[in-house]
Design a protein around this ligand. Structure first.
Ligand code: CDP
Length: 784
């Protein structure tokens, strides 16, 4: 028997975001809001050239400029052993250039001054004598005979090749291809794009000259890992470093790496004994910090006469920029790209990857993506649509014929993954029904008769999120577990401390909901704290949709541990045997006499006031959770477009999104994540591009050239969900943060390709702009 329990804001409730009360009133506390007495300001001189030898740097005029305290060069950093730093992929990266500059926008020198204006003015007075060198802006040019060597700083480096990496079974794939009835091939470039968070990156470094303690306020998605990296790089004792990530205005992967500006500001604070602040401007953010993508991919899909997939062969060339700084698990050189078989039961697959240095900014961050899954999802979903068009099979039908069936889970993919759960046809069914697929196909056929171009694009993505397990996933050797510490105070209010760090995802709400569900303390009574290494348990941070699968699980586990102790306390208070107690959210009662009960608040008070003999006081503890497997969210995105054959303009008419992230903790927040991801997917598909001219000049380094979609051009999104729990997550939840950015670009492009299908246009690389569509139609004689 149960009695009414007041709403707690438990799992599945779309309660409003607790953090918004602060944000909407302008009470957020972002990095640039933090002011310390005596703060100095730093500005960075960046290279105008993509590749040039530094002959000399004259800092005399800058040093004499009013308000300037110090001018820092690579030479000075080298005297302290800090001219170079390790990257997250174990390469080295120049902090301030000493020998050469290797990309436009590279850090050459820094000015520390009494004001930001004085620092910026003095930067303009530094005189650098460059000897310009030949430039490489593509992997193809990087491997060409006689290509200039970019990384001549690295001993033994003879060319611009960084790595070769393979996954899957080459021989089995070869055999399967030999007996294929059809082979469909697609070569495509997933262009360089940028996370472009609203708030740029920055640091306020405060090294106390008396205690030696370094307090680093940073826009970091991974404060604990950064502290360890700082300890190792700078040789500072780790307990003397405190990293505080305050409110963060969007990260999307951009705020995972350690940037040279962080190192220089910290060194400057250490040397000058005053706090030093550096906040990037927009141009610096776009030109020099963590880009994403830039994969040149070729995929071949082998099918039998019935349209069943037999094998997949993929090769990719990765354009890594001047330093190999991809933020990804050590073991996987091309991230988790080898999930490229996607939602399909493909018996054989082989992936090979080569990485190259080029004269571009380093990066390769997990931009709303689990380490390169976005590129993989794009490739397979574009290939499947092309296969359907080539074979004359309906796009939905070809997918349904090849989906991994629900009974095949846990499913072992040909490239080595164990998928936890899925019902791909279920999500596709909802999408087709909500879209009115059959009616739209009829409308399309009628329009084609009249020469009008209308397209329906589908993409059925499968994601892999939630790194660890620690046995396979690490960053620079740090195993990718995560943590939660929960303290219940005497009055039954609680504080939950986490190793992850929200950048806008709503952790203060959803993690409180997990405690509410598991321990019955209303979500409103649970304060969530993140992002302070002195006051939160160690964790690897938030990126790649890992917070719910890791720290979310840790929160459930610690709540359950405390509930076990609470049961003992309740038994003591009720003078009953533990086994005779029933639990319902918020209270224990004696089986058969529900009026004999104690609430969790009663129990919390007793934990500090009335304990059974021999029990340790308090109701608190921590849990470190190393997940047994990744989680595999999935879904189907469907897009309808109309294309004007006269101008090439694409109009997105409908977007239907069906997502399955297992059990949803807060469906409203999940939907918000999907909306954001779809907007990013739309932008990548149609408007956003960072590219480089032949001299390595970055085009797309400001918002006039790098076109983020605004509310004006973003289409309406129709969101739906199915729920297939993860069998190994304690709550059945999977991550969701990045799904729509991963899954949707292919749906947008597939819709355009479907619209153009009568003219046999098989590919247009993103961003699909009207001039590219127009040119493709013109090449087929469709338009003048
Ligand atoms: O690591 P990150 O927070 O970016 O990604 P996530 O774990 O996918 O979570 C994004 C937001 O959605 C968080 O507030 C989660 O708690 C919430 N979420 C949810 O409510 N239910 C899920 N099944 C997954 C995420």
């Amino acid at each position: 028997m149960s009695v009414d329990v007041k709403p707690h804001g438990g799992i599945g409730e779309s309660i409003k975001r607790k953090e918004d009360a602060r944000f909407l009133r302008g009470r957020g506390n972002y990095l640039d809001d933090i002011t310390l007495p005596n703060t100095l300001h730093m500005a960075i001189l960046r290279s105008p050239h993509a590749h040039a030898r530094i002959r000399s740097i004259d800092t005399s005029a800058a040093s004499a400029s009013p308000g300037v305290i110090a001018v820092v060069t690579g030479e000075l950093m080298a005297q302290h052993g800090l001219a170079w730093m390790p990257t997250l992929s174990g390469d080295t990266q120049a902090v301030l250039a000493t020998d050469k500059v290797r990309f436009q926008g590279q850090e050459v020198a820094a000015v520390v001054a009494e004001s930001k204006y004085a620092a910026e003015d003095a930067v303009g007075l530094i005189d650098v004598d460059y000897e310009v060198l030949p430039v490489i802006v593509s992997p193809q040019a990087a491997r060409a005979e006689g290509a200039p060597l970019i990384r001549d700083d690295k001993e033994g480096q003879q060319d611009n090749h960084i790595y070769h990496w393979e996954a899957g079974d080459a021989a089995a794939t070869e055999t399967a291809f030999a007996r294929a009835a059809h082979v469909v091939k697609l070569s495509t470039h997933y262009p360089r794009s940028h996370p472009a968070p609203l708030e740029t990156c920055g640091i306020l470094a405060d090294v106390d000259p008396a205690s030696g303690k370094a307090t680093l306020y940073m826009t970091s998605q991974a404060p604990h890992a950064i502290r360890t990296v700082f300890a190792l790089v700078a040789g500072l004792p780790e307990h003397q470093i405190r990293v505080i990530s305050p409110d963060i205005g969007g990260g999307f992967g951009n705020k995972v790496p350690v940037y040279p500006g962080y190192v220089v500001a910290t060194a400057a604070s250490l040397l000058l004994g005053r706090p030093v602040k550096w906040v990037e401007d927009r141009n610096e953010n776009l030109i020099s910090t963590g880009f994403a993508r830039d994969f040149h991919m070729t995929g071949e899909l082998a099918l039998d006469g019935d349209g069943r997939m037999l094998a997949l062969r993929v090769h990719l060339d990765s354009d890594n920029g001047a330093f190999f700084a991809d933020a990804q698990p050590t073991k996987f050189k091309a991230g988790l790209f080898h999930i490229v078989t996607g939602s399909y039961d493909i018996p054989a697959a082989h992936v090979s990857a080569d990485g190259y240095y080029t004269n571009k900014a380093p990066g390769g961050v997990a931009y709303r993506c689990s380490f390169r899954v976005t590129e993989a999802s794009y490739l397979i979903e574009r290939l499947v649509t092309n296969a359907a068009l080539e074979l004359g099979i309906d796009q939905a039908e070809l997918r349904l014929r090849n989906f991994i069936p629900p009974e095949a889970f846990p499913y072992h993919s040909a490239t080595g993954w164990e998928y936890d759960s899925g019902n791909y046809a279920g999500a596709m069914d909802v999408a087709l029904r909500e879209l009115g697929y059959e009616d739209l196909r009829r409308e399309q056929a009628e329009k084609r008769q009249r020469g009008e171009l209308m397209g329906i694009g589908l993409a059925s993505f499968t994601e892999v999120v939630g790194a660890g397990p620690g046995r396979d996933f690490d960053i620079l050797g740090l195993r990718m577990f995560d943590s939660a510490e929960l303290r219940v105070h005497p009055t039954g209010k609680a504080i939950l401390k986490l190793g992850v760090k929200s950048q806008g995802q709503g952790h203060h709400t959803t993690f409180a909901q997990i405690v509410a569900e598991e321990l019955g303390i209303p979500a409103a009574d649970v304060e969530v704290m993140e992002g302070d290494t002195d006051n939160t348990p160690y964790g690897l941070g938030t990126y790649a949709s890992r917070s719910t699968p890791t720290a979310g699980a840790a929160t459930a586990m610690i709540s359950r541990k405390l509930r076990d102790k609470a049961r003992k306390l309740a038994a003591h208070l009720l003078e009953a045997a533990e086994e005779d107690l029933e639990w319902e959210r918020g209270r224990f009662y004696v089986r058969g006499t529900p009026e004999r009960s104690k609430t969790i608040q009663d129990v919390a008070f007793a934990a500090y006031t009335n304990l059974p003999e021999g029990m340790e006081a308090g109701l608190e503890g921590s849990h470190y959770y190393d997940p047994p497997n990744m989680t595999y969210p999935f879904g189907t995105y469907a897009v309808v477009v109309d294309v004007d054959s006269g101008t090439g303009v694409v109009k997105v008419r409908r977007v239907v999104a069906v997502d399955d992230c297992g059990v949803r903790i807060n469906p409203m927040i999940v939907e918000g994540q999907i909306h954001g991801g779809l907007t990013e997917g739309f932008g990548i598909a149609f408007t956003e591009l960072i590219t480089f001219d032949e001299d390595g000049n970055c085009i797309g380094s400001n918002f006039m050239d790098y076109l983020l979609p605004t509310a004006w051009e973003t289409p309406n999104f129709e969101c739906h969900a199915t729920v297939t729990p993860s069998p190994h997550h304690p709550l059945g939840a999977k991550g969701v943060g990045e799904s729509a950015t991963v899954g949707s670009p292919a749906a947008f492009v597939n819709a355009v390709i479907d619209a153009l299908a009568p003219h046999k246009i098989e590919n247009i690389d993103m961003p699909v702009t009207s001039d590219k569509v127009w040119a493709a139609l013109r090449s087929r004689g469709v338009t003048e």
